[in-house]
Design a binder for this molecule. Structure first.
Ligand SMILES: [Zn+2]
Length: 398
């Protein structure tokens, strides 16, 4: 297998060893894993292969469901070769499939055109099952390379991050490559902060670039030669800067319209230089020291603060800390939350408008950065089940 590294979730620094269910998955997944890469890198799968994959998808979904018990159903996206097994309600399930479907098309079109050798499994369990199956209590999701399985209770950023790993993994396997950790995590972090809108990618840079800018100012950013050459252990050791710095380098390329060029060149030159230095120098036509100087200058020049309206959005809830996010303990009289009647006391909010909300302070910041009158997605856990609700935001009273 080209790739066997333990994956980290969005809270970096943790390795994973998940057994039980994944043992079953591994057994089902192995015939697929053993299939060799096709000669072409076309996204279209030959009809015979597609039929086998469709059959395998159903076998895999049944095996996973059999192991999880009641309350689960599966959906198969045969066009994209994706297997969904979830404890979500129908509406949320359809929503997640349409979101991931859009990312899948976009990411494959932009970067990961390599053969689809297997059906990645997207498992969206109940919180209880997630905690049982994930040995790390701090993460909201993870992707296992060995079983091609993504498991997530997040329905937003973490899910997109891990889904990007799943797609990238296939593209690497099709090329017989195992890409550098900075590239794998940089891409996953880049896409997790983006939204697919009308077939284009809108990348948010909000707080991450300001973190990198601060690190540069304080001399804590890594020299690019060091970042590029890092192995998994070194990368995770300095995770708090590595993820965001890797992302910022890729965003720097994306903004110049060079991300795809870079990625294709990286794959071409992989045998000579798996760190990506050669690919960066070829793509931008400059030496790495010059690229590094230009990247630092670019980061420093970014205006990160939101401009525009001074009106701040307001949700209107009372809340308290919860280990999985922020729990709603009350709805303020006359607020949008109360009048819309969608949020309920006891719901645990895990993300708002695609931003994770691990604490009340972060939730308040996220809401304050949105505009009154916007309808946003709020990801919640209601009695332990992930759900998405759409909520219109009100304005904060001055
Ligand atoms: Zn990751």
């Amino acid at each position: 297998m080209p790739q066997q590294r333990p994956e980290a979730g969005d809270r970096p620094g943790q390795g994973f060893h998940c057994r039980a269910l994944l043992t079953v998955l591994l057994a089902v997944a192995s015939p697929l894993a053993a299939r060799s890469a096709p000669a072409t890198t076309s996204t279209a799968t030959a009809p015979a292969v597609a039929a086998v994959m469709a059959q395998e998808a159903r076998a895999m979904a049944s095996a996973v469901i059999g192991n999880l018990g009641e309350g689960y159903s599966f959906q198969i996206d045969d066009r994209r070769h994706l297997v969904y097994v979830s404890a979500l309600d129908k509406r949320t399930s359809r929503y997640v499939m349409s979101v991931l479907g859009a990312y899948c098309d976009m990411e494959r079109q932009m970067l990961f055109a390599g053969g689809q050798l297997w059906n990645p499994v997207i498992l969206l369990p109940t919180l209880t099952d997630f905690r049982r199956l994930s040995p790390d209590p701090k993460v909201l999701g993870f992707y296992r390379y060995s079983t091609h399985t993504l498991m997530s209770i997040s329905l937003s950023n973490v899910l997109i991050h891990e889904f990007t790993h799943a797609l990238h993994h296939q593209d690497q396997a099709a090329a017989g490559q195992h890409h550098a950790i900075w590239l794998a995590e940089g891409l996953a972090t880049l896409f997790q902060q983006s939204r697919v809108k009308a077939g284009t990618l809108e990348i948010r840079t909000d707080s991450s670039l300001s973190t990198v800018r601060k690190a540069i100012q304080e001399g804590k950013a890594l020299p690019l030669t060091e970042l590029l050459a890092m192995d998994q252990a070194a990368f995770m050791k300095r995770a708090e800067i590595c993820y965001l710095q890797a992302q910022s380098v890729l965003l720097f390329l994306y903004r110049q319209g060079k991300l795809r060029d870079f990625y294709l060149t990286y794959k071409e030159t992989f045998a000579q230089d798996p760190t990506g230095r050669m690919a960066l120098e070829k793509t931008l036509g400059r030496k790495l020291t010059d690229i590094e100087a230009a990247w630092r200058k670019w980061v420093a020049s970014q205006d990160i603060r939101r401009s525009g309206s001074s009106a701040k959005a307001h949700l209107g809830i009372r809340m308290q800390a919860d280990e999985n996010g922020v729990m709603v303990t009350g709805l303020l009289a006359g607020s949008m939350a109360q009048t819309a009647g969608k949020l309920k006391v006891g719901d645990v909010i895990t993300s708002i408008a695609g931003h994770d909300t691990p604490s009340a302070a972060e939730l308040t910041l996220v809401v304050a950065s949105l505009l009154p009158g916007e309808t946003i997605d709020i990801a919640i856990l209601r009695q332990g089940r992930p759900m998405i609700i759409q909520q219109l935001l009100g304005a904060a009273r001055p």
